[in-house]
Design a protein around this ligand. Structure first.
Ligand SMILES: Cc1cc2nc3c(=O)[nH]c(=O)nc-3n(C[C@H](O)[C@H](O)[C@H](O)COP(=O)(O)O)c2cc1C
Length: 323
């Protein structure tokens, strides 16, 4: 999730049971031109969160090819001259954390106006020839597995038709958000379409996404679609326990909810990780997570007022101690 699944949050999700984490979407064009190091900074990672998939978006195969080379060469000493790091960035670079990820994912699912207008994201489901070139450009430039993220459809194009057109390529996994472009982020998940995709592509890993906010939702989507894996987005906001809850529920039919003390401890750890690893933003950008962690807190309204003033993890510690 753009603006949310940065390294600190991914570390928290990993700690609480997810099997793989995905980066925020990163502009292939931003990486191609190299001067917008903000794009590159989104690719920071440490070994502890492995396996990590880096997600790219864009619409120019040449940009994807170069971006893929960059991503595939990431390492601690990463500083290619082609990126034109300026002095300030070079200095910052000392504190950056780069490593080669375990997967590259392509965004064919984003409906956001800004992305769609650039003919990227979900728009590309209407352009299978170009999508094929993009996937090919990535596969040709990396030894990493390449996966794709799509929606259940856009206009008259259904996910299955799109996948049929790109099936000759060696992508390994497809994450299907079971809503159409038009439905955006609400509406019922199309279990039938996801099920048909799994049946039509038995050799690919098919991942169901959309509307998983509880272990019960997870079980239902698994049973109704027969997919290999599940992808969770909004369900883990303020509730990264969801990953382990789902695993527990599928095994035993029961799951535990975190206590208030556990929520406080994770919120604080998350804030500390944010201070340590988010090299571009102050803790102001972290406050939204506090709103999510403490939305069901007994004295939520008053507490949130206080939490939305914090500037350091020390401030947070004090407030949590007093409440
Ligand atoms: C704030 C926000 C940012 C998102 N950013 C991305 C993104 O960068 N890449 C992507 O593939 N999907 C992105 N998504 C879509 C989610 O990955 C997911 O497909 C969608 O929210 C449906 O899943 P959910 O019902 O579990 O939230 C984003 C969603 C939200 C709400």
């Amino acid at each position: 999730m753009a603006g949310i699944t940065d390294l600190p949050f991914r570390l928290i999700c990993k700690k609480l049971g997810t099997d793989i984490v995905y980066s925020e979407m990163i502009s292939a064009t931003g990486l191609f031109y190299g001067q917008n190091n903000k794009s590159l900074l989104l690719a920071q990672s440490i070994q502890k969160e492995s396996p990590l998939a880096i997600q790219l978006f864009g619409n120019d195969p040449e940009h994807f090819a170069k971006a893929t080379q960059i991503i595939s060469k990431l390492s601690k000493k990463f500083d290619p001259p082609s990126l034109n790091f300026d002095e300030a960035n070079k200095e910052m670079h000392q504190t950056f954390n780069f490593r080669k990820p375990e997967e590259i994912n392509i965004n064919f699912g984003c409906p956001a106006r800004k992305i769609y207008k650039q003919e990227s994201g979900c728009f590309l489901m209407k352009k299978p020839v170009l999508a094929k070139k993009i996937i090919g450009a990535i596969i040709d430039n990396t030894d990493l597995p390449v996966s794709i993220k799509i929606r259940s459809g856009i206009s008259a194009v259904k996910a299955l038709e799109f996948l049929e057109k790109i099936k000759g390529l060696n992508w390994t996994k497809v994450i299907v958000h079971g809503r159409t472009y038009k439905e955006g982020f609400s509406g019922k998940i199309d279990f039938e379409k996801i099920k048909k995709i799994k049946e039509s592509f038995p050799d690919k890993i098919v991942v169901a996404n959309g509307g998983i906010f509880s272990p019960e939702n997870a079980r239902e989507i698994l049973e109704k679609t027969g997919v290999n894996e599940l992808a969770i987005a909004r369900g883990c906001l303020g509730n990264p326990w969801l990953f382990q809850q789902i695993k527990e529920f599928l095994k035993t039919g029961q799951y535990q909810k975190p206590s208030l003390e556990e929520i406080k401890a994770i919120a604080l750890e998350h804030a500390q990780l944010f201070e340590k690893y988010n090299t571009t933003q102050s803790l102001i950008a972290f406050r939204k997570h506090l709103g999510w962690y403490f939305r069901n807190f007994p004295n939520a309204k008053q507490l949130r007022k206080e939490l939305f003033l914090i500037e350091t993890s020390r401030d947070l510690k004090k407030i949590l101690k007093a409440n």
